[in-house]
Design a protein around this ligand. Sequence first.
Ligand code: NAG
Ligand code: NAG
Ligand code: NAG
Ligand code: NAG
Ligand code: NAG
Length: 503
Amino acid sequence: MARFVSLLTVSLHLLLLARGAEPLELCPPPPFAAEGRYLTRDERWMNQRLDHFSPTDHRRFKQRYFEFLDFHRSPGGPVFLRICGESACDSIPNDYLAVLAKKFGAAVVTPEHRYYGKSAPYERLTTENLRFLSSKQALFDLAVFRQYYQESLNARYNRSGFDNPWFVFGVSYAGALSAWFRLKFPHLTCGGLASSGVVLAVYNFTDFDKQVGESAGPECKSALQETTKLVEELLQSDSRSVKALFGEQTLENDDFLFFLADVAAITFQYGNPDAVCSPLIDAKKNGKNLVETYAQFVKDYYIKQMYWPISSYDQEYLKQTTPNDSSSRLWWFQVCSEVAYFQVAPETDSVRSARINTKYHLDLCRNVFGEGVYPDVFMTNLYYGGTRIVASKIVFTNGSQDPWRHASKQQSSKDMPSYLIKCRNCGHGTDLRGCPQSPFRIEGDSSNCSAPAAVNTVREQIAKHIDLWLSQCQLAKNQLCQGCGNGELQFSSGVNGDLQILQ
Ligand SMILES: *[C@@H]1O[C@H](CO)[C@@H](O)[C@H](O)[C@H]1NC(C)=O
Ligand SMILES: *[C@@H]1O[C@H](CO)[C@@H](O)[C@H](O)[C@H]1NC(C)=O
Ligand SMILES: *[C@@H]1O[C@H](CO)[C@@H](O)[C@H](O)[C@H]1NC(C)=O
Ligand SMILES: *[C@@H]1O[C@H](CO)[C@@H](O)[C@H](O)[C@H]1NC(C)=O
Ligand SMILES: CC(=O)N[C@H]1CO[C@H](CO)[C@@H](O)[C@@H]1O
C-alpha cells in the first residue's frame, strides 16, 4: 500500500503510505550537522509506559528520542515537537522545519513512534505482542514525552514549574497524529501543523487511485492503464517471465500487481511524475514495449534510486515476527487494525488492477495477522472526528498531486486553516520537504518545485500562524503566571471565580 512514509532512513525504509523512501545513508554525518542532511543523530532515551490505558499494568519500555538545541533562544524560547511516524526515526532531518526552528529560536525534539525502529517493547512482533501498537497509545506517549522533556529542560536551566511554549508538527500519518494531539491534549501545545495529515480513516480508499490518474494526466494515465492490462495478461500466460523482467521472482501475482500500482503511486506522491511518465509516453509514441519500459523504470528508479524494499509487498515476509526491517509489518498492523486506507481500484477507469480490491486487503490482513484483526474505521473516525475534527489552532496543508490528500481535512476554518499547494510536483509533505519530496532536499529546498511561489506562499502562512499562536500562548501564560522561570505556577480562584495572581 503505498504508505506514506515519511522519512525513513534505516535500511529500507518504508513508510506507510506510499512510503516515501529515503536513500540509504552511506556516509557518516558531516561535522556541522545543521548544514547537512541532519540536525542531529544523537540518540537519547526515556522510559515510557507500555499501556497507558491499564490501571494495573505498569510495565515500561525504552523510547528513543532526539533533541536539537542550537537554535533555542533559551530559556523561554519555543519547543517544536516534531512527530515521527511509521518508520524508524534515527535523526532530526534538516528540512524546512529546521528553517522554521531557526526563525523562531526553537528547540526541536523528536520521539520515535512506539514499536518502530529502536523503540520496540517486544523482540517478537507477534499479533499478540502488537496489541499496544495504536495511534491512541502513541498520542499518550507524546503527552508523557512532552512533560518529561519539559522537566528535563527545566532541570538543565535549574528551574522548576516553567512551561515553554510548544508547537507540534507532523507529516502524513504523523501529520494526523499532530492534529489528533491538538484534539486530545490541547493544553500541551500552542498550535500544530498537520502536513498531508491523513485524519480520515478510509475503508475503500478509491480516491487514492483516482488521484494517481489525475496526477499522471490523460496521456500518462492511459499508458499506465495499458501497462496494467498487459501485465495482467502476461501473469495469466507466463507469470515467471513477466516478474523476471522486473527482477522479481517471489511475489504472488496479486502482491505483484499491488507492487506495480504502488510504484506509480509513490512516484507521484513524492513529486517525481516525469520519472514514470516521460518513458511511458515516449514508449507509447514510438511503439516500444510498455511493460519492458515500465520494468526498466521500476528497476532504475524505484529500486536503485529510492531503495524501496520489494520484500514489503511479500506476505510471507510480512508474516515474519522478527523481520530485518519491521516497519512494513508494523504499518500494515496499524492499517489492518485502525485506519485501513485500503487503496482499492475504483469501479471504473482505475489505474491499478481491479484485482486490488477490498478482498485483497482483508485477505492480506487475515493472512498476515490472523483472524480478528480488522480495521474498524467507524470507531477510529468516531474517536477523532475524521475530516470533521473539532479542534483549534491547526494548520492543514495538502499537495495537489498527492493521492493521500483525500484523507486530509478539506475545508478551512478560522481556527483550522487549510491550504492546498498546487504545482506539478507538489506531493506529500511539500511544505516541509520541498520538491521532489523524496529524495531528501536540504532545508526543504523549494527551488525545483514547478511553482516555488505556491510553496513559499503557504510557508509564509504557516510562519504567520506559528507566530500568532505562540504569542497568544505566551500572553495567556503571562497573565496566569507569576515569577515564571524560577518558581511554581501559582494561582487561585478569585471571588468572582476568575483566576487571580497571588501577590
Ligand atoms: C540552582 O538553584 C538553586 C536554588 O535557587 C541554587 O541554590 C543553586 O545555586 C542553583 N544552581 C545553579 C548551578 O545555578
Ligand atoms: C467497500 O467495497 C466493498 C467491495 O466493493 C463493498 O462490499 C463494501 O460494502 C464497501 N464498504 C464500504 C464501507 O464502503
Ligand atoms: C531483508 O530481508 C529481505 C527478505 O528476507 C531481503 O530481501 C532484504 O534484502 C533484507 N534487507 C536487508 C537490509 O537485509
Ligand atoms: C532541479 O531541476 C533541474 C531541471 O529539471 C535539474 O536539472 C536539476 O538537477 C534539479 N536540481 C536538483 C538539485 O535536483
Ligand atoms: C483547503 C484545501 O484546499 N484542501 C484540499 C485538500 O485536499 C482535498 C481533497 O482533494 C481538497 O478538496 C481540498 O481542497
